[in-house]
Design a protein around this ligand. Structure first.
Ligand code: ADP
Ligand code: MG
Length: 302
């Protein structure tokens, strides 16, 4: 197969491992910087161009789209779909999961466990919003944040109020969420490939830190999932429409609650923590599923 890997840097661990896994199985991989892909959106003959050359004959595309380039990146993935190239994750699914609010709404419709969450627009409604999610302590999240930046724990009601007010003052959209204290600063990353959770790790935040992000000094270790956690992760992936993703779960007293679903999950932490060949799982999934024109968005019905 000829596979396009959309990545801004071929030397990143995840890119290197995917290239290695694909080449060792006899595939050809071309790494493309998504921001250098430009598109000709012509009736009946959509095409993608790269540094002066027209791209052709790809069987599959692996999108690894950074959060900061979601808009342009998903447009490029959609263009590949229009050309009949099989996407590991579809553009609509990527856009859906990038929007924290939209994701939670979809998960809630399916009855999947999640922290009680609220969303409002006007300072007048802050009091009631705080009450609605169960009062302080509570977590306030910038809708556009990643890597733990923009996630704040407000210990008291007055702290919550002033933080929300200041975000509103900056015209930023925030999500207000029940604080799952019993998670103890840890979360579980479930790595989903197709209909399977192929690996899982527990990430523990640094001493005194409620955020478990590795970028915030968290550390990872192996974890065994309960049947309920496994089922929750698969249902969340399915709801987002993602074939390959990282589902982040908190262990709440009432059971697993989903925090977010990541459409470009990194391989380094999870392969190191589990010793598994996840890049190989991803490539095997593509071998099994890639077919020309097999994209849900092609007919424009989603
Ligand atoms: P980001 O997209 O920036 O990673 P997350 O929603 O994943 O934002 O939050 C970052 C971290 O903060 C999580 O990994 C988790 O450890 C902690 N966290 C987030 N929401 C809650 C919550 N409602 N209760 C307890 N801890 C939380
Ligand atoms: Mg996170």
């Amino acid at each position: 197969m000829k596979i396009a890997l959309l990545s801004r840097n071929k030397n990143l661990y995840s890119s290197k491992r995917l290239i290695e896994a694909a080449e060792s199985r006899g595939h050809e991989v071309r790494v493309l910087d998504v921001l250098r892909c430009y598109m000709n959106i012509t009736s009946s003959r959509p095409s993608i161009h790269y540094k002066g050359e027209e791209l052709a004959d790809f069987d599959a595309v692996i999108p690894r789209i950074g959060a900061s380039v979601t808009f342009y990146g998903t447009a490029v993935v959609r263009q590949f779909e229009m050309m009949g190239v099989y996407p590991l994750n579809e553009s609509v699914a990527i856009s859906r999961s990038r929007d924290k609010l939209r994701s939670l709404q979809l998960l809630s419709r399916k009855g999947i466990g999640m922290p009680i969450s609220g969303f409002a627009n006007k300072p007048d409604d802050i009091e009631d919003l705080i009450k609605m999610v169960g009062g302080a302590p509570l977590v306030i999240k910038l809708l556009q944040g990643t890597q733990g930046i923009g996630v704040v724990l407000a210990e008291t009601k007055s702290a919550a109020k002033s933080v929300i007010e200041s975000f509103f003052g900056l015209n930023a959209s925030v999500l207000v969420q029940e604080f799952i204290k019993e998670a103890g600063g840890a979360d579980i990353r479930c790595f989903v490939v197709g209909e399977r959770v192929v690996a899982a790790m527990k990430r523990q935040g640094a001493e005194g830190e409620f955020r478990s992000n590795i970028h915030r000094g968290g550390s990872a270790e192996l974890v065994t999932l309960t049947a309920e956690e496994r089922k929750t992760a698969l249902r969340a992936a399915n709801t987002m429409g993602l074939n390959v993703c990282g589902v982040d779960i908190l262990r709440a007293e009432r059971g697993p609650v989903v925090m977010e679903v990541n459409s470009s999950p990194g391989l380094e932490g999870i392969e190191n923590a589990t010793g598994k060949d996840i890049a190989g799982d991803v490539i095997r999934f593509i071998e099994k599923n890639a077919k020309k024109g097999k994209t849900g968005t092609k007919g424009g019905h989603k």
